[in-house]
Design a binder for this molecule. Structure first.
Ligand code: SF4
Length: 383
C-alpha cells in the first residue's frame, strides 16, 4: 500500500506534503530553511544571506563557490530532517568514510610507489610464491583481526598504509626529512607496533638482526613487490580501484573492437550489452568506483580552471577543440561540478546534488549523463 503522503514530512516543521506543490507554501518552506540555517551556524548563514541578497554582486566566482559549499550541508541536513531521511544520509556518510583508506592507498601508495617505480619491471621476474608466503605470514601475525575475506582491498589498503607510516616515522627519526618536524621523536605507539611486527617476523626467520629501519624497509619492499605482481596474478584485483591507472585518450582508438572478418567490427564480449527498451544499460558502479571518480577530480574551481564546467581554453582564453573537432566548451549549463565533487567526497551527496540543481533544476528528471560535454572538457583528457 502506498505511504500516506502526509506522513512523509516531519510534522515538526508544520508542512503537509501537498504544500510542496504550492508556491506560497514553498516560500514559507524557504523561510523555514533560512531560520534553520541561521540557528545552526550564524556566521555561514550571514555569508549566505549576503550572497543571496546581493544576487552575487561583488562576489568573485571563488567566493560564490565557497559560500555555496559552506551552505549546502545545511540544506542537506534540513531536507534530511524534513523528509525523515537522516538515517539514509548518515549511512551514505559512513559508507563514504569507509572508502577513504582505499582512496588514500590508491593515490599515496599505489600510484607513487607501484605504478611509477615499477614502470619497467616484469612481473615474471619476481618469485610470486615467496612473496605471497611472506605477506600471508605478515597478515597472520600482525593483521589477523582484519577481515580480508570480507573486503580484501580495504584491509590491504589499511595494512599497507600502516606499514608505510611506521617506516616513515623511523626514516624521519634516523635520517631526517624536509617534512619531519624539528627534534622529531618516534611516538611510543608507533615504536611498540613496529617492534611487535619486527620481532614476530624475526621469530619466523623472515627478518635478520638488522636495524629496525632496515627491517621496516625490507617488509615494505616485499609488500611493494607483492602488490605489483598481485595485479597480474590475481584476477580479483581487476575490480580494485586501488590499481586505477587512467590512460590518455587515444582518439585513433576510442573503442575496443575485434574484426572477425574484414567487413565486421565486433564489441569485446565483456562489453556487450543488450538494449532493453529505454533502460540504462551502463554497468552499475559500486560506491567505491563512484567515489574513485570523485577522488580523481582536482577540484579545479579553486584555481578557476574547472574546464568541465566553463570550457577548456588555452592561455589566451581561446576555446580548445579536440582531435575529433568537438569544441571543449564544458557543461552547457555551467553546473558546479567541481564544487559538487568536493561535497560528494565529504559524504554529502544531497548537498552535492543541491549544487548541481542550481544550474540544472531538472537534473532529477534528466538523470545521469544526458550529455558528456563535462567529460570532454575535463582537464584530464583520459579514458
Ligand atoms: S575539469 Fe575535471 S578534474 Fe577539473 S574540476 Fe572538472 S571534473 Fe574535476
Amino acid at each position: 500500500m502506498a505511504e500516506n503522503p502526509d506522513k512523509i514530512l516531519n510534522p515538526e516543521f508544520g508542512f503537509k506534503y501537498t504544500d510542496l506543490f504550492d508556491t506560497h507554501k514553498l516560500k514559507d518552506l524557504h523561510s523555514a530553511f533560512l531560520s534553520y540555517f541561521e540557528k545552526a551556524d550564524n556566521e555561514k548563514y550571514n555569508e549566505f544571506k549576503r550572497y543571496a541578497d546581493s544576487g552575487g554582486e561583488g562576489f568573485t566566482s571563488l567566493d560564490i563557490s565557497k559560500t555555496l559549499i559552506d551552505s549546502a550541508p545545511f540544506l542537506s541536513s534540513f531536507i534530511g530532517k524534513l523528509f525523515r531521511i537522516e538515517a539514509q544520509l548518515d549511512k551514505l556518510f559512513y559508507e563514504t568514510k569507509y572508502e577513504n583508506d582505499v582512496l588514500v592507498f590508491k593515490k599515496d601508495f599505489v600510484q607513487k610507489e607501484i605504478w611509477k617505480k615499477y614502470k619497467s619491471a616484469e612481473p615474471g621476474n619476481f618469485d610470486w610464491d615467496a612473496l605471497s608466503s611472506f605477506v600471508n605470514t605478515l597478515k597472520e601475525i600482525a593483521y589477523n583481526d582484519y577481515d580480508f575475506n570480507k573486503d580484501e582491498e580495504k584491509y590491504t589498503a589499511k595494512f599497507v598504509l600502516e606499514l608505510a607510516e611506521l617506516e616513515k616515522n623511523y626514516r624521519w627519526f634516523y635520517e631526517g626529512d624536509k617534512f619531519a618536524p624539528e627534534n622529531f621523536e618516534i611516538p611510543a605507539k608507533i615504536k611498540s607496533r613496529a617492534e611487535e611486527i619486527i620481532s614476530s617476523l624475526k621469530s619466523k626467520n623472515l627478518l635478520t638482526d638488522a636495524p629496525d629501519l632496515d627491517n621496516l624497509r625490507e617488509i615494505l619492499q616485499q609488500v611493494k613487490d607483492w602488490l605489483f605482481v598481485k595485479f597480474f596474478k590475481d584476477k580479483n584485483t581487476k575490480k580494485w580501484v586501488s590499481y586505477f591507472d587512467p590512460k590518455k585518450t587515444d582518439y585513433d582508438h576510442l573503442v575496443e573492437y575485434s574484426s572477425p572478418s574484414p567487413d565486421i567490427m565486433d564489441n569485446p564480449e565483456d562489453h556487450f550489452r543488450q538494449r532493453d527498451g529505454f533502460k540504462l544499460n551502463d554497468f552499475p558502479r559500486t560506491e567505491r568506483q563512484l567515489l574513485n571518480q570523485v577522488d580523481y577530480c582536482m577540484y579545479c574551481h579553486e584555481r578557476e580552471k574547472d574546464s568541465c564546467s566553463k570550457g577548456l581554453t588555452d592561455r589566451m582564453g581561446t576555446l580548445q577543440t579536440n582531435p575529433l573537432g568537438n569544441k571543449l566548451h564544458g557543461c552547457p549549463l555551467e553546473e558546479k561540478i567541481s564544487e559538487a565533487h568536493i561535497l560528494r567526497k565529504e559524504g554529502l551527496p544531497l548537498a552535492a546534488f543541491s549544487l548541481i540543481m542550481i544550474d540544472n533544476p531538472m537534473c532529477p528528471g534528466t538523470g545521469h549523463r544526458i550529455c558528456n560535454f563535462c567529460m570532454k572538457g575535463c582537464i584530464f583528457q583520459t579514458l
